[in-house]
Design a protein around this ligand. Sequence first.
Ligand code: F6R
Length: 614
Amino acid sequence: MCGIVGYVGDRKVAEVLTKGLSSLEYRGYDSSGVALLADGQTKVYKAEGKLQNLKDLLATKEDEIKTANVGIGHIRWATHGVPNETNAHPHTSNSGKLAIVHNGIIENFKELREELEKRGSIFKSQTDTEVIAHLIAQEYKKINNLQEAVRVATAQLEGAYALCIIHQDVPNTIIATRRNAPLLIGLGEGENFAASDVPAIIEYTKKAVYLDDNQLAVLTPNSVKIFDKDNNPVAVKPEMLPWEPIALSKMGYKHFMLKEINEQPDVMRNFLSGKLYSADEPIKLEEVKLDKAKLKDLNRIQVVACGTSLHAAMVGKYVIEELCEIPVDVEASSEYIYRKTVTDEHTLVIGVSQSGETADTLTAVKQSKARGSHILIITNRPDSAMAREADSLVPVNAGIEVSVAATKSYVAQLMAFYALAIHLAEIKESADKEYLKEIKNELLLLPQKIELLLTKTDKIQKCSRMYSSSKNFIFIARGINYATALEGALKLKEISYINATGYPAGELKHGPIAMLDETLPVLSIMMTGKVYEKILSNAQESKARNARMIALTDSTDEKLDDLFDFVLNVPHVHEMVSPIMAIVPLQLLAYYIAEFLGKDVDQPRNLAKSVTVE
Ligand code: F6R
């Protein structure tokens, strides 16, 4: 994981780098560092902990760095070696003249390290990255050409890397290269940039080139040259980035998470635009390249995803099986990739990922592609590595999600699954037309209903305060909302660190009920429909064990007030689309509890938004 950035030009280099890093904090935030070429010397500054610590350090060094016109920076999510100052990047060669920043993992670092040590490299850290610094430095000593040294050294690496490299004997220059980790080059006037992701450079330029695997770029203030792995020049073909800097502002909200929760109605409208205007019309999903004949040829669907995206996939399974008569399996990508799966050209494999970079899901998708499956990708990043594997690409268009806890991207993924299921059902003619019309109508009405919910959060805030001292939390649901229970629990545990678990309500009596007592809140997700009465009975079982009772419901039944200590009401919706409605109060509950406890809502401990390691 981690984020990297590089800058060459006339601006205040440290400022460009730290600003860039702050927009890459979603990739990690346990330590950070920069290396600058100033007064003919490579100068390195690093700090453990949040990026602010590095900013504070740099503020005391203004005199030392004011002449810098080249620099590279890094924000870390530790894989090899604890998060401390020594293990923070940039890493340097013995002489300290060469400095590098790295995102990725080098799998053969142990063998390389042993070799390099024998040849005189002195290691300071426990990281895999430091081997790259020494390897390039040793090659440079032999051939005295930095670009060639990087090319020869990276050819010896196994694993994933995006790298920026500077050397004090090669002024005004950054070398950038990548394999299986993202890196783009931003093109400016008299200045150039390199970064793991668009937000780091968008304030300065909208013109960029995405490097391909094994390509190498040489950046100076007035030129960018790109080469392939055999050192042949490659034409620089810039593209315009469709990003607005405003997307990165909190827009007056205290946290990005709250802003992103509130954006959800617009995200839903945005997704539907161009696809569905009226329930009487078929849904338009031209991105899906599956016709009637191909659908007939499919005998199963496998969905691979992680975390929140996995929960969206669970709802997707329910909807597709309900409408399309195709069996659907949903599996955590990390499990899927290490077993023998029955996947072939008759399987549709759907990869779901907000970032499009999650390593486990990317591997799962690549494996299935190699077995001849049609690959459909649902992602918020149509420019990502996963998107490039797609035969059918469904972008969810949620806009950049900064908060580590996924909210609006989840709702957008759910919208994509509804659209996909309806689209497939319309091609296959596998569902009753009136039923499909009802669901389409509900989808069109949902944004407004959620808007209404978002204007009345007092009761959710009160509930959050009341239950914020709980050490444990149980969420129960049945049917299509089982995934909502899992997602509600995940939101709460990841940002408040309360031990929260989601169960299918019917499973409570098979073990978990033993934990219930008067200290434990049980939140029952009771959306009206097929299983409403069933879950009501399950809630009663909890009441009989003295649990603290919370309901989340679109029912207006006043009797619920007798059974529950707290009833969170939401506007009534059709059961089939109820996961979209039901998740919003749970996102808010998690948010307000974490906020009330004073937790770091947007950057919870130990996490990173883009999980690019297996
Ligand atoms: C939870 C969360 C994570 C991600 C997971 C997969 O709020 O954000 O569980 O859902 O790491 O990430 P993507 O969707 O980028 O593949």
